[in-house]
Design a protein around this ligand. Sequence first.
Ligand code: ADP
Length: 168
Amino acid sequence: MNTALEALQADITTLDVDAIVNAANSSLLGGGGVDGAIHRAAGRELLEECRLLNGCRTGEAKMTKGHKLRARHVIHTVGPIWNGGTQREPGLLRACYENSLKLAAEHGLQSMAFPCISTGVYRFPPDQAAQIAVDTVREFMREPSSVRRVIFCCFGKSDFDLYQALLQ
Ligand code: ADP
């Protein structure tokens, strides 16, 4: 089967994939934006499971079940807060994508969807973030692993356009 990268404009909570990635905060106990949407759609059991994880550091990733979501799993990763680019934000964002992909591969997952990590409340410039996301996933997909399909799930049209251009 061919590996595939694609951009989609959608609510990530609706996707039927092995894992959706959550742009969480370090407590893993829920927040606004995509994190809030995922917890609302997955139900209370997701929060119960997250409580057992003892949080997550920036750039790292932890996995839970999908509970009431169509997705089988949720990979929670914590993006960097943009601070002008001087606090290693690009490397930390890259680590979010890498560690999420590695975790998916360790569990034999085949399909996954990423939101535009850090580009909401954490204010990472969307164009730089999209470039890092696409480069990191492309590099990972060059090596053999279980992961066959990666969706860049964009909430807004402007993000969707950025990814479409990068994936041409
Ligand atoms: P962060 O704190 O990492 O910046 P946010 O949740 O504030 O995370 O924003 C990350 C991205 O997720 C933004 O591009 C935002 O538009 C997008 N987003 C918000 N809700 C959803 C959703 N239901 N599905 C997909 N993307 C979403």
